[in-house]
Every structure is written in C-alpha cells, then in structure tokens.
Design a protein around this ligand. Structure first.
Ligand code: GDP
Ligand code: MN
Ligand code: MN
Length: 253
C-alpha cells in the first residue's frame, strides 16, 4: 500500500462564515476518495464559535471549580455550558461535551484564536459540520471525499496528547475485523479498529499545535471511503463504559 499525505499551505486565518471547502478546493486538486482531515479549530472559527470570556457570567459552581483548579471562572462556565455531564471537577475538568465525546475542558482552546480574552468552542455538531464540508467539496469538485474533523486530546493512562476524531462523513469510524482470519487461520471474534482516530492521530503530526498554519491534511490511497456518516458508534455506551462508571462511583463514596 502506498499512501500520500500532505498539508495544505497558505490557508488564511479563518473568520466566521468563511467557506473552508472553497478555500481548500482552490488550493489543491482533490481526487476521488481522498480523506480530508480538518482541525476543529478552523471549523469552529468558520461557524462563529468564538466567545469572549468578558461576556460570560460565571455561576457560584463555576467560581468554586475555578478556585480549585486555579483557572478563570468564565472559562469554567464556558466548559460547563458546553457539557452534558461532569466526570471530574478537579484537578482538571473532564466532561462529556454536547457533541458526545468525553474530554478535558470540553475541548475549549485559548490557543490559535485572535484576542487575548477569546476562546474557541468545539463545533456544536462535528458530524454535521463534516457532512456539510463533504457536500460542498462535491459541489465544487465533483469528487466524493471522506471528511474527518479532529481535535488534540489528552489520553487516560498515557502521557502526551494526540489527534482524535470529533466527527466524520464518508468513512466508517470503526473497521470491523470480525469474521476475518489471523495468520494461522483462526477467525477473529472481536476486533474494532478505530481507524478515524488513527488517521486523526497521524494527521495531527502534520498539522502541529502551534503557528504552523496547517489545519487541513489530505490522505490519499487508503481506500477507506464509505457512504456512512457519523462518529457515534465510536463512543462507548454508558453501560459499556466501565471507566466512566468507576469514576462516578468513586465520587459518590
Ligand atoms: P486543534 O487541534 O483543532 O485544537 O487546533 P490547533 O490549535 O492545535 O491548530 C492546528 C493547526 O491549525 C496548527 O497548524 C495551527 O497553526 C493551525 N490553525 C489554527 N487556526 C488556524 C487558522 O485560522 N488559519 C490557519 N491557516 N491555520 C490555523
Ligand atoms: Mn483543540
Ligand atoms: Mn491541535
């Protein structure tokens, strides 16, 4: 297998209502079944998901958490507003976001956003954003591509952050190996490979975290295009999520 991966150069600073698909398509010639990996930061900027901390009125609860974690109360309030459940309050805020993923600070960033008081929220519905980008790319190029929207996340158990997928269209989140055979002819029973996270992780290497200005990466040749849509199958159900249950139990002791 021979894969090509490259980042798109000269993308401007993204503003509300910018057409990311258009900016991409005028900078590169996309091919059928390319995988377009896009940093959530620019998707959020184009969707106007920038908030000023000055405009946020923190509640008592937010002030309390902010004191414990030594961070700004307005920032904590923004995290709470973007969450459906708080798993850990301190020493950092681990929450389930309205988008469904569990992550620190609801994925809200201070970095790579203009204005010292401004923060960038995650896209409200990253699957929807991915589908819209996919449709626009088709409109501009006639090509069917996969779109994965990513963020940089920390992980449980391991040091170091990696890229993780937040939403997708035109690719299956999980590759199902069940029913196929191993090297010795044994049939595999449970094998769900989280391909969109693997792709997000690698693409994040090309994006970088700082001032690279490279929020879009193209992967060509993986052969993973599929008409399916949505990341939800990647998120564990409450019943299956043993770690989440353990965290919630330890809090109530
Ligand atoms: P996140 O991982 O989605 O939170 O995004 P990061 O803040 O880590 O940025 C990922 C990449 O996108 C880095 O190379 C940034 O320099 C770049 N980036 C972020 N915002 C913009 C923007 O508005 N325009 C351009 N051209 N690059 C950006
Ligand atoms: Mn981020
Ligand atoms: Mn990042």
């Amino acid at each position: 297998m021979n894969i090509t991966a490259f980042s798109i150069e000269n993308i401007p600073l993204i503003k509300p209502d910018d057409d990311i698909a258009h900016l991409l398509c005028e900078r590169t010639q996309l091919k059928e079944h390319d995988i377009v990996v896009i940093s959530s930061t620019i998707v959020s900027k184009s969707e106007g998901r920038i908030v000023s901390l000055i405009d946020i009125k923190p509640t008592e609860r937010a002030k309390n958490i902010a004191r414990q974690n030594n961070i700004e109360p307005g920032f904590v309030q923004a995290v709470l507003d973007q969450s459906t459940e708080v798993l850990i309050e301190s020493p950092f805020l681990l929450v389930r976001t309205i988008n469904g993923s569990i992550c620190v600070n609801a994925g809200i960033d201070h970095s790579n956003v203009e204005g010292s008081n401004n923060i960038v929220l995650l896209p409200e519905d990253a699957d929807k954003s991915a589908l819209e980008l996919k449709k626009k790319i088709f409109e501009y190029t006639g090509r069917n591509v996969s779109v994965i929207i990513t963020d940089t996340n920390g992980r449980a158990f391991r040091n170091g952050q990696t890229g993780a997928a937040l939403g997708c269209a035109g690719i299956r989140p999980l590759k199902d190996w069940r029913g196929t055979k191993d090297l010795f002819g044994r049939v595999l029973e449970v094998k769900h490979e989280a391909v969109i996270d693997e792709i997000a992780g690698f693409s994040n290497v090309l994006m970088g975290e700082g001032d690279g200005g490279t929020p879009i990466v193209i992967l060509r040749g993986l052969g993973l295009y599929d008409e399916s849509y949505g990341i939800q199958e990647l998120f564990r159900s409450e019943k299956e999520d043993v770690i989440r249950t353990a965290i919630l139990r330890s809090r109530s002791i």
